[in-house]
Design a protein around this ligand. Sequence first.
Ligand code: SF4
Length: 557
Amino acid sequence: MTQRIAISRRDLLAQEQGTIIKEWGGKIPICLVFPNTYYVGMSNLGFQVLYRILNSLPEVVCERAFLPHALNRREHTMNNQHLVSLESGRPLAHFQIVAFSIPFENDYPNLLTILQRARIPLKSLERNSRDPLIVAGGAAVSLNPEPLASFVDLFFIGEGEEAVIDFLRVFQEAGNNKTALLIEACRLAGVYCPSLYEASYNEEGRLREFQPLKNSAAPQQVKRQWLKDLVTSGSAILTQGTEFKEMFLMELSRGCPRKCRFCAVRTIYSPFRNRRMDNLLQESDLGLAQGKRIGLVGSALGDYPGFNDLCRHIINKGGTVSVSSLRADAITEERAELLAASRQRTVTMAPEAGTERLRAVVAKGLTDEEIFDAVERLARHGIRNLKLYFIIGLPTETGEDIEGIITLAKRIRHHMAKGGRRIGDITLSIAPFVPKAWTPFQWHPFADVKDLKKKIAALKKGAAKIPRCRVLHDLPKWGYVQTLLSMGDRRVAEILLRVQETNGDWAAALRNSYINPDFWVYREKKEDEVFPWAFIDHGMNKDNLWKEYQKAVKCHG
Ligand code: SF4
């Protein structure tokens, strides 16, 4: 859901609790930018946490900026306005550092739009010492920053909260000398300066080599950083202008102990870390004191050891909890009861595939029976609405797996209605498979867009025959774009520039580009493929990932 109306900067500030306003004098001004609207950005817990951490540093003043709402964008263009920060209304170009937090690949074009509206030259090479330093971090760029390599001066790979302190020291020492800054900064753990590397390609256009420039101190491998202690992870600012306006969000854990083969969570957030219980109890009390529902955030909520105790603590204090999603095999009788006591009306689970065979291919480790047991437990406690996530276009998928989604939904409906219980709504949420860096499926191509459309049509037809069952789906064309940005190397910058020139018209940009996007999207890669992200050390072994890919497609195919 998105915000439908454009709200002025002053009105946005007026409805916030927790805004940090600092004096600029003598501090390093950083504009923290979310490359999407205020509504989307402020719904992102990671962005909020970063805002609080940066402002906790005495030498920094951190303000925020977002992609202007579509209505504001028209007004901006008409009045030739510069994009400004939320807190002080200063143009982005007046900050020393503009820092993008980028969780999703499909927001990459917005980075260019924001730079353009801020009157900052798009390409790093075109900027001079009077321009702000452009830095970026976040899940998407920590997996593969290369499509943005021409536009960003420096990336933080992984959780950069600790690296940022060393970086700011280097930044201050370098003064206005960007070259000196990059040379020093690239020595810091987790910092990647793309201009200090060069790529070469073979005749087919495949990446041959990716190396640091000779005589530069840039490392061969950039090690992803991760935090040992997840202390500050709750909502920093409460506002009506977010998806979670009634909620106080708390991160329980980061990463996931499971190893689903399509999923990048195990790459980007490993190792799996739980927050301390005493810390969470304290933070939940803070949220309760503000009269908020407590939103529990994490990829593996059911694996948090104190999950039941924490929920009970909140409920006993008169509060309620909301969970984003739970694995079916984590929904015990006690948890179903706790969710019901929290008035959770809909529970989200992710079977990912319609058949047990395909679930084995992706290593989901979930049987039909486990899903039905969870549904029955929830229904016994009065929770009858389900949202079920499925991925289509997975390796080895057949027509039977697509039919399997409808069959599974029918059987779920049957289990829900057992004993004459009232049935609820079932939403099948369908997304195309997008290959991700450093997963066993990184070699696998994106499915044909036309085939994906046919599969979605078949799912809609099948769901229409099930009472109170509907299909929500991502558009395959956006899956294609996401794959391009997820798999692409630095040459993809050319396409991003065309998207910018055509005001976001991807079809025209792809048509007119001299490079063929299908090369990254539809090509099945060989074992020896040199990936653009090979220089990032996630602690994973490429040979093991290949073996796992082969096991998936050969043993279960
Ligand atoms: S899909 Fe879910 S359960 Fe599987 S690895 Fe990713 S976060 Fe964990």
